[in-house]
Design a protein around this ligand. Structure first.
Ligand SMILES: [Zn+2]
Length: 417
């Protein structure tokens, strides 16, 4: 083979690359559901692809969930749900994604456009793919592994199972959701209509990890009303919301912020400010694995509201707290099968499994609380929500193996007497 001859990529990688080219960014500032029309366009395309594969009951609901069924072939009676979200994070540009394929990667930093450099030393998992094939964006956008890889993996698993009815599989329900990245992924979701007993989101990171914990998550939105007046005659009259919000941010403890937190620590993240003199908002998100820790963070926000109101008597500062999702760990402990079968599936795929905590959330956190215990499986990608996002072709293939092996175990499960 000549140096220039390109080897064909596995189907799952080709499918992922094709999906990555579609812009599906969600938009937290949009009130519509789904938040962007481009997500619906992508779902309509997937609806056709699911029908072409031979999936049953393919239904697209107008609020942005696509459902489908694959009947079982085997002893398993437990209905297994598979979920992935089609949107990509609005935190990095998602329009015009051009996936770049780095074959025979030498293990060194990968340089992309716009001074973007992916340094393998910044991750513990990239080195395992030295000599393999890495997919990145061209540096101008994110890549969208999160979670187009999850969509591609589920589609490829269904295709493989339909094409080979000899493989035992459980009765399956598939759902592709929208707006996960803006915390609204499960808003229009109908767990009863979904009808799964247990489920897997395919929305994780490095292969081998089986995510059984997520953060508890709240958002805190402060609205500040000031008083605007011509600055030349402002003395004693102007109440400047810009200054008040800056003051609030500087009051937050840096040691509790995401850039200084890791492992099982939570964080307080001031993530968005918009303000004029007369009116402004500060959006903060709160994350903690324990409910005690979350309660402390909520009390802290309330005390900040009280303190800042007393410091600026001319202003009006209000706080709106919103629960986003909760840690499903307790629910998963009650019936360990979804976890145990994923660990067994990972082992069957030739990897050492690791029960892990995800420093974020997935649609599965909320789905667990809707009565469908849900575990998160890997896609192999890393550096999500950024221009450095990457995935190895080999990581995608391993993730597919893990998913397939886990489904086979469910397919062979004897129905309870
Ligand atoms: Zn995701």
């Amino acid at each position: 083979m000549s140096d220039t001859e390109e080897t064909v990529l596995p189907d799952v990688a080709e499918r992922f690359i094709r999906y990555a080219g579609h812009d599906t960014s969600s938009d937290g500032s949009s009130a519509s559901s789904p938040s962007t029309a481009r997500q619906m366009d992508f779902l309509r395309m997937l609806r056709e692809e699911l029908e072409d594969l031979g999936m049953e009951d393919v239904e697209l609901d107008e609020s942005g969930t696509l459902y489908a069924t694959l009947p079982g072939e085997g002893a398993g009676r437990t209905v297994i749900g598979l979920l992935a979200h089609v949107d990509t994070s609005p935190e990095a540009p998602g329009e015009g994604v051009v996936p770049v394929i780095h074959r025979s990667w030498d293990g060194g930093p990968i340089r992309l456009r716009g001074d973007v450099s992916i340094d393998p030393a910044m991750t513990e998992h990239m080195n395992r793919y030295a000599g393999g094939t890495i997919i990145t964006s061209d540096g101008n956008t994110l890549l969208g592994v999160d979670d187009k890889a999850g969509v591609a993996l589920i589609m490829e698993a269904c295709r493989a199972l339909i094409n080979d009815p000899g493989i035992r599989r459980p009765p399956m329900r598939v759902a592709f959701t929208t707006d996960e990245e803006v915390g609204r992924g499960m808003d229009g979701f109908d767990a009863e209509r979904f009808g799964a007993d247990m489920a897997y989101t395919v929305d994780g990171g490095p292969v081998g990890k089986v995510d059984i914990q997520t953060f508890n998550a709240w958002s805190a939105q402060f609205r500040v009303l000031g008083r605007e007046v011509h600055p030349g005659s402002a003395k004693g009259i102007m109440v400047n919301a810009v200054r008040i919000i800056s003051d609030m941010v500087s009051f937050l403890r840096p040691e509790e912020m995401p850039e200084n937190s890791s492992g099982d620590e939570g964080y307080i993240y001031p993530m968005h400010i918009s303000s004029s003199t007369s009116e402004g908002t500060l959006r903060v998100i709160l994350r903690d694995f324990t409910s005690d820790g979350m309660e402390r963070k909520i009390r802290y926000m309330k005390s900040l509201e009280g303190w800042i109101n007393s410091r600026y008597p001319g202003a009006d500062i209000t706080l709106e707290l919103l629960e986003q999702y909760s840690n499903p760990a307790e629910i998963l402990k009650r019936d360990r099968r979804a976890v145990d079968f994923a660990l067994m599936g990972t082992r069957a795929a030739g990897l050492q499994p690791e029960e892990s905590s995800i420093r974020g959330g997935t649609d599965g956190s909320r789905l667990s609380f809707m009565g469908v215990p849900t575990v998160n499986l890997p896609t192999g990608g890393e550096f999500y929500h950024s221009r450095k996002e990457w995935v190895a072709v080999e990581g995608l293939q391993l993730s597919l193996d893990i998913l397939m092996e886990t489904l086979k175990i469910w397919g062979g499960e004897q129905s309870a007497p």
